[in-house]
Design a protein around this ligand. Structure first.
Ligand code: HEC
Length: 134
């Protein structure tokens, strides 16, 4: 084998070894689909777009801190009930998008995720790692 052929063979082997591990390394991507987040959330929309009813998750790290998102994914019902600044901010964005005045409403996420989807602490951390890259 010529040297160039050897080099090409080596490069192909190296890529075959490196590419799959780097492409599938983010467990948050898989979880986002598996746990049905992708049914409601569009990762390309900004947080001001609620299409059809859920905020886009682009730049979510600028709207909340990790601790808040951790609690939110663990127990959205409880977090929603606190009506803290983060909840009020979501509501303000929601009603601005719909062009109507803010009024009390239920959390859509709490009614679905809160009842059906249970996330472990590890899953929540993986999801947050992923969300923090959006
Ligand atoms: C049933 C639809 C639905 C599903 C499924 C869902 N969400 Fe949500 N999510 C919402 C809605 C609607 C809001 C806005 C608050 C509310 O009404 O509950 C929200 C809010 C959020 C926020 C705050 C966004 C912001 O801009 O302030 C984050 C972060 C989030 N969801 C992450 C997730 C993750 C991660 C999953 C998957 C485990 C998920 N959501 C699954 C509907 C959903």
């Amino acid at each position: 084998m010529k040297l160039t052929q050897r080099v090409i063979c080596f490069l192909l082997l190296f890529l075959g070894w490196v590419a799959p591990s780097s492409l599938f390394a983010d467990p948050g991507v898989a979880l986002f689909k598996k746990k049905q987040c992708a049914l409601c959330h569009n990762i390309h929309n900004p947080g001001t777009v609620f299409a059809p009813v859920c905020p886009g998750l682009q730049g979510v790290r600028y709207r909340h801190n990790k601790d808040w998102v951790r609690q939110w994914l663990k127990d959205p019902t409880a977090v929603w009930a606190t009506n803290d600044a983060n909840v009020q901010d979501i509501n303000a964005r929601y009603f601005r998008y719909r062009g109507s005045k803010p009024k009390p409403r239920e959390s859509f996420m709490a009614t679905i995720i809160g009842k059906k989807v249970v996330l472990t602490d590890e899953e929540i951390e993986a999801l947050i790692d992923y969300l923090w890259k959006l």
